[in-house]
Design a protein around this ligand. Structure first.
Ligand code: TYM
Length: 337
């Protein structure tokens, strides 16, 4: 059976990269698969988070998921810390994964920077918790943006080593689902940097909470180059800002890059940006308004998250019993196995 798991960190502003790389694909998959979509607050605290702000942004992230089209009636929408299996399985994976594997993770190197000695142990073990998120449900497919690929390869290695070590075929080998023309959306200010929640400049990203005016202003101010647009995707080579904006257009219009290049061949950025503005406002403009509506009703959000956690927990419990037995933990309640 196929089961989807994916997660998003409740830190800072959710943006167009999160939408095109992940959320939009989550929405598309929920009609065909059983899906679990999680706000990963435990991952967030691997770097310092102000507690009150974390609580707020956890609700905001849930609101963004639902506003983007995730349906909490069919998909389980929940908060990571509400289901104990994530932490329980992460500990076991801390004992399966090797230091050497984690040392090779590029995201750890980037986030820890030069002062590695001062990074939290949680930041180092981050990918183990991510593997636990997925495998606590025996999820088979994980829709993410390009930047999570290495972490998912590690999740495969962990599943394989666990199965080998304990001589049991317990965990599936997960398949990353990285698709669409915008699996790595870049900053609007610098086409060589990933669009990110933590960029100091708000002009670098389109936030899902932005209204039509903010979206239009950011697109108008987006960095470009002096050339006209090329007629084929090959002509985007060495033009990171042009490649990024055309990729965003293609993703929002649901076309491939070649078709979009053919459409705008020889045009200036001014004309193209006007078309991109209209398209972005038409596709994204409603999400911000819907987020606001949902955030005004924390009672609804909390009840939705509670119900999602109950569903998730019911799926994880029998799997955790299997895992504890495989590892050799003494059953607390032998009646239940
Ligand atoms: P996070 O919160 O950084 O991002 C959430 C999702 O958005 C994608 N994404 C992007 N896609 C395209 N272009 C971008 N500029 C861009 N920025 C972010 C990410 O690839 C991701 O799919 N570790 C994960 C959260 C996580 C998770 C998991 C994901 C925790 N456990 C289990 C999948 C399965 C993270 O920090 O994503």
């Amino acid at each position: 059976m196929n089961r989807i798991f994916s997660g998003i960190q409740p830190t800072g502003n959710l943006h167009l990269g999160n939408y095109l790389g992940a959320l939009r694909n989550w929405v598309r998959l929920q009609d065909t698969f059983e899906c679990l979509y999680c706000v990963v607050d435990m991952h967030a605290i691997t770097v310092w988070q102000d507690p009150a702000a974390l609580r707020d942004s956890t609700r905001t992230a849930a609101a963004a998921m639902i506003a983007a089209g995730v349906n909490p009636e069919t998909s389980a929408v929940f908060v990571q810390s509400h289901v104990a299996a994530h932490a329980q399985l992460a500990w076991i994976f801390n004992c399966v994964a090797r230091l050497g594997w984690l040392s090779r993770m590029t995201q750890f190197k980037e986030k820890a920077g030069k002062n590695r000695e001062n990074a939290s142990v949680g930041l180092f073990a981050y990918p183990n918790l991510m593997a636990a998120d997925i495998l606590a449900y025996k999820a088979t497919h994980v829709p993410v943006g390009e930047d999570q690929k290495q972490h998912l390869e590690l999740a495969r290695d962990i599943a394989q080593k666990f199965n080998n070590d304990y001589g049991i075929s317990l965990f599936p080998i997960v398949e990353p689902l990285i698709f669409g023309p915008a699996t790595r959306v870049m900053s609007l200010r610098d086409g060589t940097k990933k669009m990110s929640k933590s960029d100091a400049s708000d002009y670098s990203r389109i936030n899902l909470a932005d209204d039509a005016d903010a979206i239009a202003l950011k697109i108008r101010k987006a960095k470009t180059d002096p050339e006209v647009l090329p007629s084929t995707a090959a002509g985007l080579e060495g033009r990171p800002e042009a490649a990024n904006l055309l990729g965003i257009y293609a993703a929002l219009a649901d076309r491939d890059i070649e078709t979009v290049c053919a459409q705008f061949a020889g045009q200036t950025f001014a004309g193209f940006k006007a078309a991109l503005c209209d398209l972005a406002v038409a596709t994204l403009g409603g999400i911000g308004a819907e987020m606001q509506r949902l955030q005004a009703d924390p009672g609804f959000l909390d009840a939705t998250l509670r119900e999602g956690a109950e569903r998730a927990q019911a799926l994880a419990e029998p799997i955790m019993r299997e895992v504890y037995e495989a590892v050799g933990f003494l059953a607390r309640d032998p009646q239940r196995g």
